[in-house]
Write a protein that binds this ligand. Sequence first.
Ligand code: ATP
Length: 250
Amino acid sequence: MIEFKNVGKKYPNGFEGLKHVNLTIDQGEFVAIIGLSGAGKSTLIRTINRMHDITEGTLTVNGTDVMSLQGKNLRAFRRKIGMIFQSFNLVTRTTVIKNVLTAFVPDLPWWRAFFGVFTKEEKLKALEALDKVGILDKAFVRTDQLSGGQQQRVALARTLAQNPEIILADEPVAALDPVTAKQVMDDFDRINKEMKITVLINIHHVDLALKYASRVIGVRAGEVVYDGPSANVDQAVLDKIYQGRQEMEA
Ligand SMILES: Nc1ncnc2c1ncn2[C@@H]1O[C@H](COP(=O)(O)OP(=O)(O)OP(=O)(O)O)[C@@H](O)[C@H]1O
């Protein structure tokens, strides 16, 4: 369970990225975070794995006070939270499987990481993760030969190999065409349902947010202005979140 209690985030320049955020997200939920550019969506999800420090209130993940973590404990905590970015963050000049195997690097002795020595079990786990996102046949292909959608799936497989409890995805389909975006969203959906992994997605596509997420969190100027079932999102809710700048899809 992820719990925000009166959370605030003030950036060093004094800008308030988050204000009075109160949220409880249960294990296994699929949540879409929507809002205008600059509303604070990235700031919100990045506080969960401590990419950003909160400056007010408390944030707990499965009972752990995130701000109390340091060094080894923080690294161990981060291993349970997968992160997916718009830009995939892969090493494109190497093979797909090598990218997935990097998921194990933080747990390896330095020499194994340095020489890229992986056990049979680790290799099987990496292949299994690729199978889960439907690109097992691409395991030994150079990553730069894959389409954008396939590369995002490699990133997803790398995250899955980490065995996460939570996946945070920051605009994961923003760089993809509509058909590929839907395929990647289908992967998130399957992973969420089959593996009971909590999925939190920042997304600009309201139609995809409403189709895939069961819950929508609307952020405006650092504040949560809507939190409820996606089925209850109507034009009035969108007007509140987007200040009248977003039309509901027919
Ligand atoms: N390091 C920083 N210092 C100061 N202000 C920042 C910093 N990072 C982000 N901000 C500001 O915080 C606000 C929220 O940014 P954030 O990236 O969370 O928005 P977002 O909703 O994810 O936007 P987008 O959809 O464009 O990615 C923005 O106004 C941004 O300019």
